[in-house]
Design a protein around this ligand. Structure first.
Ligand SMILES: Cc1ncc(COP(=O)(O)O)c(C=O)c1O
Length: 405
């Protein structure tokens, strides 16, 4: 039967809205209560802020949790608190959101890109040691899409070379590695609560740690350099106002109640979708079983091979799939180091040494992921039903058939 693709006016394979964020009158009422109370802000790290931080720390199994304005600032607080100095190097993957690397520049340090593993799209632990120099201060493994990095290997390398580990768990709320919550394994773990994230208050961030010294320093940096026991107009450290509001934390506290069930649903759907997509010639889900015990599927990523789709470029395939009703797109179109920021070294006032030259960086696995291979289905779609997952697979098969006609 001739395929009538939705992009050409045919019927969509799936015609359904996947709502996000998910909330009800509970969220509305708790926010309204805060509005009525007049206690909107967080001048003294308000009661509800601390209560939510304690709840999140307990959820992650760490001693401390500290809210802040967003995930980028969470990374910034952690980096400064571990004591980076200008010119220090920080290892990052090139397949991630810009601020995992740009925040390193903002602390006057040098991001060093290490390629990703072709099967997980996470930092390739076997490539890290070759990038370590006597200036390497930290590694920022990103649990990309909600899939745990190989933390045993990363922590062993860090220990051997006396390097700190800051986990970028901005995609990994509720996800686990060998039974431990992502973010709780390294020196610090950072989360984003931006609108698209699996736990959201529109904007917001969190750092978790077991290290009291780090916590105290991050707390000071968040609160314009004030210190525990100090006076209101007494500023010891170069911080800023990075505080969250009470309006945000009451939303987060309600959303956290939903997280466990939602994470399980995404995890189960992702596992099921893997079994369906594995059967399609030219489609390869990312690997599982690399230590992750719960995958949060902030993104469901699969690898596309255009040679099995009559050489249809990835970008066109992703557009066709989106038109079929699958909430997807082609993901990052290029590796981070190809951004004008790095190629042109538009580092403004930041003191990055001359020898940092990103025009020579080459990470072939990341380039293949960006240019040819990776297609992303977004997290809210992974909250659908089993039948929805089947339709996602059917939509891909429909496109494949159409390319062969
Ligand atoms: C992997 C990763 N790290 C860091 C961030 C930064 O978080 P935020 O947008 O809250 O600053 C994001 C946000 O998209 C992200 O995806």
């Amino acid at each position: 039967m001739k395929q009538n693709l939705a992009i050409n006016g045919g019927q969509k394979t799936i015609d359904k809205i996947f709502p996000w964020p998910i909330f009800d009158e509970t969220e509305v009422n708790t926010v309204a209560d805060i509005v009525r109370s007049g206690k909107w802000g967080n001048p003294d790290c308000g009661d509800l802020v601390k209560a939510f931080e304690d709840e999140y720390a307990a959820f992650c199994g760490t001693k401390y949790a500290l809210t802040c304005v967003n995930g980028s600032v969470a990374l910034r607080l952690a980096l400064i608190a571990i004591g980076v100095k200008p010119g220090d190097e920080v290892i990052v993957p090139p397949y991630t959101f810009i601020t995992t690397s740009s925040i390193v520049l903002e602390t006057n340090c040098i991001p060093v890109f290490v390629d990703i593993d072709p099967d997980t799209y996470n930092l390739d632990p076997d490539k890290i040691e070759a990038a370590i120099t006597n200036r390497t201060k930290a590694i920022i493994p990103v649990h990309f899409a909600g899939q745990a990095c190989d933390m045993d290997k990363i922590m062993a390398i860090a220990k051997k070379h006396n390097i700190r580990v800051i986990e970028d768990a901005c995609h990994g709320h509720g996800a686990e590695y060998k039974g431990r919550k992502l973010g709780s394994i390294g020196d610090a773990g950072c989360f984003s609560f931006q609108s698209s994230k699996n736990l959201t208050s529109g904007e917001g961030g969190m750092v978790i740690t077991n290290d009291e010294k780090l916590y105290d320093m991050m707390n000071s940096l968040r609160n314009v350099g004030r210190v525990k026991g100090g006076q209101w107009y007494e500023h010891h450290n170069l911080g800023c106002n990075y505080r969250i509001t009470q309006l945000q934390v009451v939303l987060l506290a309600n959303q956290l109640k939903r997280l466990e069930e939602q994470t399980k649903r995404r995890h189960d759907n992702g596992t099921y979708l893997n079994t369906l997509l594995e059967k399609i010639d030219g489609i390869k889900p990312l690997a599982r079983g690399m230590g992750e015990t719960i995958h949060s599927y902030h993104i469901y990523i699969f690898r596309y091979d255009k040679t099995k789709f009559n050489n249809l470029p990835k970008s066109e395939f992703a557009q066709m799939l989106a038109a079929e009703g699958v909430p997807c797109f082609m993901g990052y179109p290029q590796p981070l180091y190809k951004q004008p920021l790095f190629q042109e070294k538009n580092f403004m006032c930041y003191a990055i040494p001359e020898e940092a030259d990103y025009t020579k960086v080459s990470c072939p696995v990341t380039e293949k992921a960006c240019y040819e291979e990776a297609v992303w289905i977004m997290q809210h779609a992974m909250l659908g039903t089993k039948e929805d997952m089947e339709k996602f697979a059917q939509a891909i098969i429909k496109i494949q058939k159409a390319t062969k006609e």
